[in-house]
Design a protein around this ligand. Structure first.
Ligand SMILES: *[C@@H]1O[C@H](CO)[C@@H](O)[C@H](O)[C@H]1NC(C)=O
Length: 293
């Protein structure tokens, strides 16, 4: 969708209702070095086309990763990733936001690899005040190793939405009124990594990494960040309420987006902590905000 989409969308929004524009803005592509730097195992990151595309390599000696230069309080954070192809069992490709302090907040995408021809699992999780245990797991409706796909997180005062391309796969509403902590005052950095987790990743750890297939390679591009940059200790964001991701059309999903989320829940969801009465006998309060639970 190009700028004509936005023009039409803005006209409709002014005439009818703001919810016509509820799709996050498409990021512009910038080189890796503009917003990110390597975190560890620098020689396992490869750069192409002046850094407009990179690869992370995992082998028996080490995985690798990169992180954002800035810290952010609210915004829209996305990464275009092509997952490890072929036999990726035991590997985990992660894209997440984290505040990395004692009672940390975190918003996670984790892609669990699989044997050749077997499906990846996408696990998402949210940590608030150091507490996680909010896992959801889905299969994807495409093979994530064939092309780049956009994975993104919209985070504002009202909700956290996980998107795969333009499809919302999960929403975590601010349920402060129900006594649930919501990340709002701890800036987070963006992290990406590829590592070995064959003790749990694939079929619960039954399938081990086959090192004869190394190196395992994941591709990344589109390094734009749309967020309110803040110092690590900042408690609020200077542009709070003034940027596109703060606007009223991004404070809830619209009807079309709820329908797409429902489609993901019905067709692709493998696990949802909201429905796990064995592990969590009481329904977590925020789950009551899920429309069709
Ligand atoms: C891997 O494939 C198996 C068999 O199809 C499936 O049970 C499992 O959920 C898949 N994904 C992972 C990450 O284990």
């Amino acid at each position: 969708m190009g700028s004509s989409f936005w023009t039409v969308c803005l006209i409709l929004a002014s005439l009818v209702s703001s919810s016509f524009c509820a799709l996050p803005r498409k990021p512009v592509d910038v080189p890796f070095g503009r917003n990110y730097y390597p975190t560890w195992a620098f020689d396992h990151i490869k750069y192409f086309n002046g850094g407009s595309e990179i690869q992370l390599h995992l082998d028996k000696s080490t995985g690798t990763g990169f992180q954002s230069k800035g810290s952010y309080l609210f915004g829209h954070f996305s990464m275009n990733i092509k997952m490890v192809p072929g036999d990726s069992a035991g590997t985990v490709t992660a894209f997440y936001l984290s505040s990395q302090n004692a009672e940390h907040d975190e918003i996670d995408f984790e892609f669990l690899g699989n044997r050749t021809g077997q499906p990846y699992i996408l696990q998402t999780n949210v940590f608030t005040g150091g507490q996680g245990n909010k896992e959801q797991r889905i299969f994807l409706w495409f093979d994530p190793t064939k092309e780049f796909h956009r994975y993104s997180i919209l985070w504002n005062m009202y909700q956290i939405v996980f998107y795969v391309d333009d499809v919302p796969i999960r929403v975590f509403k601010n349920s402060k009124d129900l006594g649930v902590k919501f990340p709002f005052d701890q800036p987070m950095k963006i992290y990406n990594s590829l590592w070995n987790a064959d003790d749990w990743a694939t079929r619960g750890g039954l399938e081990k990494t086959d090192w004869s297939k190394a190196p395992f390679i994941a591709g990344y591009k589109s390094f734009h960040i749309d967020g309110c940059e803040a110092s690590v200790n900042a408690k609020f964001c200077a542009t709070q309420g003034k940027r596109w991701w703060d606007q009223v059309e991004f404070r809830d999903l619209d009807a079309a987006q709820w329908r797409r989320l429902k489609w993901v829940r019905e067709k692709f969801t493998i696990y949802n902590y909201c429905n796990d009465r064995k592990r969590l006998p009481q329904i977590p309060p925020e789950c009551k905000r899920d429309r069709d639970i």
